[in-house]
Write a protein that binds this ligand. Structure first.
Ligand code: SAH
Ligand code: SF4
Ligand code: F3S
Length: 446
């Protein structure tokens, strides 16, 4: 008989930031469910509220502080409620100082997920506020429980941390040094996901191209992709994110030849001016970026390239910004996440001179978005009438009567169809497009 854990209360997790946090929240859910907590969709009913936070921009932190204020009010009504704050904010000392003064019971770091049960127990027993942070080197614990939403696609970590220290970025300080997971752990996790019926996996790392550095196994990211490509049941493999500096030919060949690896590469450009790229400590030039993306397009027919771009970096002149627009027009990105530079205390760029006024940064972002959106629309427009192979992921979030699916090139296609198609790969014909999505009709399915 299956052993049952006694129910000890309900939990609610608030997740901010990137896919790493989405994945960590699944692990946190698995951990607290193992203790006997059951999930509640209603924050106000929860006995345990976990904030899984992001520090990449101050606006992300401010959202958390705002929400913490709300939850503190709930705690006044229900003093037994436990509030735990984890994720990237927890790693920062100035944030921890501020949290000390707030209604927060537990603060745990990005490498301390496995210690949460102990901390919750201790908090209940002693009533003391607790903080647990690993500052040094530590491997992420393996074989932690995990509560993934049953579905079609899943995230799998292949590495943690980052060694790049781009001058604007806080991530190397919140996630520590780059560490690759052992390939056998990754393979076991993906085989297990295949067994549970997942069809697509996305391999996660801040810089997946440097996977394998420091591992005794002596393999690189391209080798890992080929290994994952052999797992039965998994039909599509994605990965994010790639660093332009480490995008080598072997990897491009592997993406081209492995049938399960999707034709979509997210490779952050950040800026189009060599002077700014250098100030950002990105380690490549615009010429290198252009050459790599041209090579990707040549070797992988139909590939989609997406990117991240920051405008208004300290000292960015009108000319530097024009260089970014010029690159955007030349590369013709299928999609782009565009950001206004936001000063991050603790990073090198924060101490640079010539920070730009908000109005200039805002105007540049608007200009960039105008250019990028019209390119994306044009590319999408060119797909009208074409047939696309899509994996059906579930019901559409915007129209509950329509299905949401994704092309191999990571475009969302919405169409009418029966529930039985969820999890299947089918062909759809594209009828209409917008800047961000495609609308189609399904073709005959047997
Ligand atoms: N490791 C990934 C990026 C993770 S952070 C990569 O290098 O591709 C996600 C994005 O947030 C970055 O690519 C960058 O464009 C943006 N970003 C990071 N710090 C920022 C800051 N201080 N201001 C504005 N945007 C920032
Ligand atoms: Fe940040 Fe750069 Fe690392 Fe990406 S590669 S996480 S932008 S330091
Ligand atoms: Fe944010 Fe941390 Fe991810 S700072 S973007 S949650 S790695």
């Amino acid at each position: 008989m299956e052993e049952r854990t006694e129910i000890i209360g309900s939990y609610h997790i608030l997740t901010y930031g990137c896919q790493m946090n989405v994945r960590d929240s699944e692990i946190l859910a698995g951990i607290v469910e193992g203790m006997g907590y059951v999930v509640t969709p209603h924050l106000e009913e929860a006995d345990l509220v976990i904030f899984n936070t992001c520090s990449v921009r101050h606006s992300a932190e401010n959202k958390v502080y705002g929400k913490l204020g709300q939850v503190a009010k709930l705690k006044r009504k229900n003093p037994d409620m436990i509030i735990a704050v984890g994720g990237c904010m927890a790693q920062l000392e100035n944030v921890r100082k501020r949290l000390k003064k707030q209604q927060v019971d537990i603060v745990f770091g990005t490498y301390n997920l496995d210690e949460l049960p102990q901390m919750i127990a201790e908090r209940k027993e002693s009533g003391r506020k607790l903080v647990q942070i690993y500052e040094g080197e530590r491997d992420m614990a393996e074989n932690l429980p995990s509560s993934r939403n049953q579905g079609v696609t899943a995230f799998v970590n292949i590495m943690y941390g980052c060694n790049n220290f781009c001058s604007y970025c806080i991530v190397p300080y919140t996630r520590g040094r780059e560490r690759s997971r052992q390939p056998e752990h990754i393979m076991a996790e993906i085989r297990d996901l295949a067994g549970q019926g997942f069809k697509e996996i996305t391999l996660l790392g801040q810089n997946v191209n440097s996977y394998g550095r420091g591992l005794e196994a002596g393999l690189d990211f391209a080798d890992l992709l080929s290994m994952v490509g052999c797992i039965d049941g998994i039909e599509r493999i994605r990965f994010t994110t790639s660093h332009p500096r480490d995008m080598n030919d072997k990897l491009i060949h592997t993406i081209a030849k492995e049938p399960k690896v999707c034709e979509h590469i997210h490779v952050a450009m950040q800026a189009g001016s060599n002077r700014i790229l250098q100030l950002m400590n990105r380690g490549y030039t615009r010429e290198h970026y252009m050459e790599r993306t041209q090579s990707i397009r040549k070797q992988i027919p139909g590939v989609a390239i997406s990117t991240d771009i920051i405008v208004g970096f300290p000292g960015e002149s009108e000319e530097d910004f024009e260089d970014t627009l010029d690159m955007v027009k030349r590369v013709r990105f299928d999609s782009a996440f565009t950001f206004m530079y936001s000063i991050r205390s603790g990073t090198k760029a924060a101490s640079l001179d010539h920070h730009l006024p908000l109005e200039v940064r805002r105007q540049r972002l608007l200009t960039l978005n105008e250019v990028q959106y019209s390119i994306a629309r044009e590319i999408n427009q060119s797909l009208v009438g074409s047939t696309q192979e899509v994996l059906v992921e579930g019901w559409s979030k915007t129209d509950k009567h329509m299905l949401s699916s994704r092309t191999r090139t990571n475009r969302i296609v919405i169409f009418y169809g029966p529930e039985s198609l969820i999890g299947r790969i089918i062909n759809v014909r594209i009828k209409e497009v917008t800047t961000f999505s495609l609308f189609g009709e399904m073709l005959q399915v047997d």
